[in-house]
Design a protein around this ligand. Structure first.
Ligand SMILES: Nc1ncnc2c1ncn2[C@@H]1O[C@H](COP(=O)(O)OP(=O)(O)OP(=O)(O)O)[C@@H](O)[C@H]1O
Length: 305
């Protein structure tokens, strides 16, 4: 794996309290990586340090092989940042603003005009190039925010809650654009919206109380909590008490005449016991399936709520 971002033993203290403590992770090329955590978990602190807006108390941030402490200016050329509120100058036109941000990124002046045209095309805002930013909708302003983050073709793009405050259609459009950007860049995106992380991200890093509590693929996150319930459909189901008498069954709830949910402890081999009981007692079992834990349940389990 080519490492684009390496975070080593990162800790930060605001006055006396530690906001993050000993954060370590490494991310590779392309794709969207989700930074998930509830409010106050430490996402913004981590992102602000990576972007150089805040200096860490301890630890290292290495972007595309460059340690931010040793060469902050060079490290910053490797990254683009879309903060929660995009830093837009609303009295500028779209192209004036993007030209200005390209200059701030120390881009070669001769290349700026072409880069502005390219990034407007990529983010779907070319037709608004001469419009004042203050006259754009929220969705288009967000596109301008994304355009300024990628105009200098950085390896790493950091987005802090990028769909916050957008209406449902704008959210769909913004997610589509983020996916496209992730084909050429590594995107580290923070959110406390689980469904968004699930839709967009390949890998997930979860922070709670300033510490990493989970770091793996999205699939591993979805499978993290073991199934604890079974859905069964029977043509001739017995009373709940009969199912409840099976060892390790903790609760039975009928959802309809023929369908019930069965909670259990211990191994999921219990499905075999239920199948055997059904055959012995002629419950006419037609379907049986383990219920996958909901993303929200995993989140609750990991965050200790
Ligand atoms: N400037 C500051 N001074 C003191 N404490 C701060 C400061 N900024 C953040 N904190 C504290 O640091 C902790 C982590 O905050 P941070 O903003 O990084 O969390 P977050 O996960 O981004 O939350 P949110 O989703 O609400 O933005 C919290 O306890 C917060 O109160």
């Amino acid at each position: 794996m080519t490492t684009i971002l390496k975070v080593e033993n990162l800790s930060h203290r605001y006055s006396s309290a530690w906001a993050i403590r000993d954060i370590n992770f490494e991310i590779g090329q392309h794709g969207v990586i989700g930074l998930l955590g509830s409010n106050g978990a430490g996402k913004s602190t981590t992102m602000n340090i990576i972007c150089g807006v805040l200096n860490q108390t301890e630890g290292n941030v290495i972007i595309n092989g460059i340690n931010k402490k040793d060469n902050p200016r060079l490290a910053k050329t490797q990254l683009g940042f879309l903060p929660q509120t995009p830093p837009l100058y609303t009295d500028f036109t779209v192209s004036e603003y993007l030209t200005y941000t390209a200059d701030l990124r120390f881009m070669d002046k001769k290349l700026i005009k072409k880069a502005v045209a390219e990034v407007m095309d990529k983010t779907g805002i070319s037709h608004f190039s001469s419009r004042l930013i203050k006259n754009l909708s929220g969705g288009y302003r967000q596109r301008v925010g994304i355009a300024q983050a990628i105009i200098h073709k950085p390896k790493l793009v950091i987005m802090d809650e990028p769909t916050n405050g957008l209406d449902p259609n704008q959210v769909i459009e913004a997610r589509k654009l983020i996916r496209e950007i992730a084909l050429d860049h590594t995107v580290l995106l923070s959110s406390h919206v689980l469904s968004e992380i699930n839709l967009l991200c390949r890998d997930i890093i979860m922070i709670e109380g300033g510490r990493i509590v989970f770091s793996d693929t999205m699939d591993a996150f979805n499978n993290y909590a073991q199934p604890k319930s079974i859905l069964a459909v029977m043509d001739s189901p017995p009373p709940a008490a009969a199912i409840q008498s099976i060892q390790n069954v903790t609760k039975v709830e009928f959802l309809s005449d023929k369908q019930c949910r069965i909670w259990f402890t211990g191994s999921s081999d219990i499905t075999q016991t239920i199948i055997a009981a059904s055959m012995q007692q002629d419950w006419k079992l037609k379907e049986i399936s383990l219920e996958k834990s909901l993303l929200d349940d995993v989140f609750k389990q990991l965050s200790g709520f």
